[in-house]
Each structure stands twice: as C-alpha cells, then as structure tokens.
Design a protein around this ligand. Structure first.
Ligand code: MN
Length: 501
C-alpha cells in the first residue's frame, strides 16, 4: 500500500534585509502559522515543512540544492510575504529540479482600516512581492502552479493538496522501475514509445526480462505458501461452488503460484509496475489474471500487452490517489452500447486485468476459458463498478513529446445482467457524450488502453503534466470538437518549436 505521509513539501518564504530584523521575525512567525495550518489540513496528504525565511541569493541557492538532494522532498511552496527582489532567485530556481508551487496569498484577510500605516504596508506586500516573483518564473520559462487566495480558503488548500499528490507521484516516478515480460503484443502501435524519452521526462526505468526468469520464480514457490494464499482468496472473495471442484481448484492453486512468483520477482527486482503479454507466456501455465488484479490493488502499476506507458501511468495515478475514496485501474474501451433512445455508453473491461479497488461489491472469484491465447483457463475476479464521476487517462508518444489525454466520464448502473460475461466490467457515459468524446479522442490519437480512476482528478493530472513538461488535453463537459481540433493544431505548432527529447 502507498502512503504519502513519508513525503515533505517545503514551505519557502521570500523576503529581503531592507525591512530590519523585527519585520523578518514577524514574517517568520506568520509563515510558521500558515505552515502549521496547512500541515494539519486533510486536503494535503504530505508533510508541510517550514523553512527559514530566505533573504539572499546564497541562501536561496543552497535551499534549492538541499531540496534537490532530499529524498523525501516532493517540491517547494514559495510565497513572498514582503518584496523579495527576484534577481536573487535566478540561481536557485535555475538549479531546482523539484517542482514548485507559487502560493499567492496574504497573511491578513482584511485591511485593518483604523491602524493601517506604512509599517503594515511594508510587512504585508505580497500583492506586489509575488508579482515580482511571478515575473522571474515566467522569464526563466519555469513550469509551476500558481495558487491564489487567502491561505485559509478551502479552494486554496484543495489546489495545494492536488499539486502535492501530483508531486508525490513525480517523486515516486523518478525512482520507479518497470518490469516488462516480453515485448509489445503483435504489431500494436499506440503501446509503443521511446523509453529513453520517457526516462528523461518521468525518471522511471523500463527493464525487459525474459519470461523464463519469471517462470523460474514461479517454479520456486512452495506448496505451503500456495495453501496460505488460497485461504486468503477464499476469505476475501465470493467463491463459486464450481471452483471447489478438484479440477478447477488445481487451476486456482496455479493462479496462486503465479501470483506468489510474480510478486516475489517484482520485490527482488524492486519494480513498482509491470507488463505482461499473452503472446509471450512460454512456461507459464495461465495468463496472469488474478495476480495482476491483486498486485494492482496493492498499488502496482500494470499494463497489458507490453504497454509500459500505461503501467507507469497506472502507478503514478495509484500514488496520486492514495488514501482517497475510489480506486484506479488499468482499463480498455471494449465495446459500445448505443440505444436509439438514451445516451451511448462504453463498456470498459479487459481480458482479465481490472483492479478490484474499483469494485462496488465483494468480487467473485471465477475460472473460465480464455477464448484466445491457447493457455489453461485462468482465474480472475469478476465485479462491476460503483456509479459516479470518473476519468480515463492515456499517455501517448507523439514522436517529439508525450501527450496526456484525459476524458471525464460518468459511471452508470445498468439494470441488465450479463451472465455470460466472465470479466470485471464498467459502464460509463463519456463526457460530454460519446460523439464528442470519441471524435476528440480519436483526433488526439488517444489509445484504447487507459488508466481509469474514481479517485484521481483532472486537476491532479494537469498538475502532473505541468511539472513533467508534457502536453495535456482534457475532454470534458465543455469540450467542443472545433475548438478541440484547433487546440490540437496549435499544440502541434508550439511543440514543433520547442526543444524536445
Ligand atoms: Mn488490451
């Protein structure tokens, strides 16, 4: 399970020596008050850490270098309580490799009309101090999030919280290792990509392993460990009576063996995400289904058919959504329901690998044949998904940049039963409707594989895109095809001009 309380966001207050010690002491006292308020707020899942007020270029540079070197620092929140001439920030900000958020706030909510004087004006001048700081961020072309409002406002805390989740995902991504068993399935294009570019952008490493190494790990699993895991299955899920039959039970034990071998392999190789492909399963008795589902539920990123970009995205979104209500899963737009009356729906599912964190009830453990692949019948969890807002996100390699494409959707309950559908599935109404959503998605080159989430928000993903310097496109209630296509053309031009990797 992923915890965000290990991470720190450093709160940096800028000033200068002009105002004297007394003012600087007051600046520090006020900043500490804001820090302790934000640190205790439930919107913000990471620790907010007060840093001594900075007043000169050397202090700023050394603080930025400390942030770079701190293994748990996800980034900085910068705020100018007073005026802080921004030339002193050039060195530090230029060397900062962690993301930063510019909080444009003010300690006092209201002007004390009866006692306001020039001392008050000098102490509380973020209204222009933060503009000076904003200029240097833009002048240096630095990606950052600007949050405006009084620090006690709910929207300010929520925006900081969203950013802190994205920054946590980025820090995690920088040390993430992804295991690939086999290459991309067949000749699929959209699941391909440049792994060097991905490592430059996101930090994660993609490691290829022969499936034989996994088979060896699966072969080392002890029978007693399988006994214990099968008991966990029986206690955790609804188990049909057919599964208790000798033949099926042997297949369930095989699924447990694969899970234990895969889990151990990922632990030994320090991998937080992985891919499989049913084209390359030599020596594995079943396509890993239940194993992928349960590993995803524990926070691992997963992509089927060699899709390492989606595996990495699922992992990042698992980190972003940690502790929030709702889950995150690998997903695929599978088939449509287009009634003459009523909104068109998408049936999302996959061969097997849908994460039970999005299940609306206790998943049912079943074993069924796989109609393609020619392997033994694999075990899988079957369930449907709770209704409500959700989103699908996909990451595309456009050749000169990565594009993060998001579609907000509404998960709906349906009355019909699907007794012959042997996989977990979800119905959603894409926003604003299927026509505009799919038209825009296809023009944007969006994949059939996505990371689906009922926990992660568009804001968090946009923050993540901003701090990794990638393109981000959103299809939501307000999308109109003409404007969306125009945005695609403008982005094509602007990224064509930008330096890429
Ligand atoms: Mn697929």
């Amino acid at each position: 399970m992923i915890g965000l309380s290990q991470f720190e966001m450093w709160f940096v207050t800028g000033s200068q020596h002009l105002y004297g010690d007394e003012t600087l002491q007051q600046v520090a006292v006020n900043a500490e008050k804001i820090v302790s308020f934000l640190d205790q707020d439930s919107h913000i899942p990471v620790n907010v850490v007060f840093k001594p007020v900075v007043t000169g270029s050397q202090g700023i540079s050394s603080l930025c270098l400390d942030a770079n070197n701190s293994p748990n620092c996800i980034g900085l929140i910068c705020w100018m309580h007073t005026f802080s001439p921004a030339k002193m920030w050039i060195g530090g900000l230029s060397s900062l490799i962690k993301p930063f958020l510019h909080l444009h706030t003010q300690f006092n909510r209201q002007i004390p009309f009866d006692r306001i004087d020039m001392d008050f004006m000098n102490l509380n001048q973020s209204a222009h101090g933060d503009r000076e700081f904003g200029f240097i961020g833009t002048r240096l072309q630095l990606d950052r999030k600007v949050v405006v409002g009084h620090w006690e406002e709910a929207s300010v805390k929520a925006e900081i919280g969203a950013w802190s989740r994205a920054a946590s995902a980025l820090l995690d991504s920088k040390k993430c290792r992804i295991a690939r068993f086999g290459d991309n399935m067949r000749d699929v294009a959209v699941t391909e990509g440049n792994k060097v570019s991905a490592q430059v952008r996101f930090g994660y490493e993609v490691h290829g392993f022969g499936v034989g190494d996994l088979v060896a790990s699966v072969g080392e699993v002890e029978e007693t460990a399988i006994d214990r895991l099968v008991t966990v299955y029986m206690d955790t899920y609804e188990v049909g009576k057919d599964l208790r039959e000798t033949k099926s039970f042997a297949k369930l034990r095989e699924a447990a063996r694969i899970e234990l071998g895969l889990r151990r392999f990922l632990e030994i190789n320090d991998c937080a995400a992985f891919t499989t492909t049913f084209e390359d399963l030599h020596g594995l008795n079943q396509l890993p289904g239940l194993a992928c589902q349960r590993l995803m539920a524990d926070g691992y990123g997963f992509g089927a058919e060699g899709d390492w970009k989606t595996a990495a995205l699922v992992r990042a979104m698992k980190v972003m959504g940690a502790g929030l209500t709702g889950g995150t899963s690998f997903m695929e737009d599978y088939t449509y329901h287009m009634p003459e009356n009523g909104p068109a729906l998408v049936l999302g599912a996959h061969m097997l690998e849908v994460c039970p964190t999005i299940s609306k009830s206790k998943p049912v453990l079943e074993i069924h044949p796989l109609s393609i692949g020619g392997k033994a019948d694999p075990a899988r969890l079957v369930f449907s998904v709770r209704s409500g807002p959700a989103l699908n996100a996909t990451l595309l390699d456009m050749g000169n940049r990565f594009r993060l494409l998001i579609n907000e959707v509404k998960v709906v309950d349906i009355d019909e039963h699907m007794p012959n559908l042997p996989v977990a599935s979800v119905f959603w109404e894409p926003q604003p409707d299927l026509k505009i959503s799919a038209t825009s998605w296809i023009y944007a080159g969006g994949a059939h594989h996505t990371s689906f989430s009922q926990a992660v928000t568009t804001e968090q993903l946009k923050d993540f895109a901003e701090m990794t310097g990638i393109e981000c496109l959103v299809i939501d209630q307000d999308t109109n095809i003409a404007a969306f296509r125009s945005q695609l053309r403008h982005n094509q031009l602007s990224y064509g001009l930008a330096i890429s990797n």
